[in-house]
Design a binder for this molecule. Structure first.
Ligand SMILES: [Zn+2]
Length: 149
């Protein structure tokens, strides 16, 4: 178990007003290219992959790497919830940092895979926040009218 993986939970609201400020460090900023190298791009304050499965948040306190679940403010208000977060100090040497980010991303992907749950109706696998019940995903629940009451 990675020692820096804490039980921290953090929430990044989908509200654009809550976006983490973009760090401007000029031409010496090597983190953006590293993240792009891992197939991540910035959206709503997080660097995420195309499938929105893992994310990296940049902050003045360093990088936060985790997998992406779905949280619900209300039944029609989902938000991205980052889980099993690894905190990395943004060191200046790009090679060790790229290595650490790669490890953290792999750890996040592995952790996400462990948390996926199967829907008995459509036979697909989902993150916990996309499940309506223990064995049924939100899409199937909506389709079958389970959410009507
Ligand atoms: Zn389903």
């Amino acid at each position: 178990m990675n020692a820096v993986v804490g039980i921290l939970r953090a929430v990044w609201w989908s509200d654009p007003d809550a976006e983490i400020p973009v760090l401007t460090r000029g031409p010496t900023d090597g983190v953006g290219p590293i993240l792009e190298g891992y197939g991540l791009s910035p959206t709503s304050g997080l660097w995420t992959d195309a499938g929105h499965t893992v994310g990296v948040a940049r902050s003045p306190a360093g990088l936060f790497v985790g997998w992406l679940d779905v949280g619900w403010l209300a039944s029609d208000e989902p938000f991205t919830e980052m889980r099993d977060i690894t905190h990395l100090v943004e060191r200046t040497a790009p090679a060790p940092l790229a290595h650490e980010i790669g490890i953290a991303l792999a750890e996040a992907a592995r952790s996400r895979a462990e948390h996926l749950r199967a829907c008995e109706r459509c036979d697909e696998r989902f993150v916990p926040g996309q499940m309506f019940g223990a064995a049924c995903c939100h899409s199937c629940a909506v389709r079958d009218g389970d959410t009507g009451r």
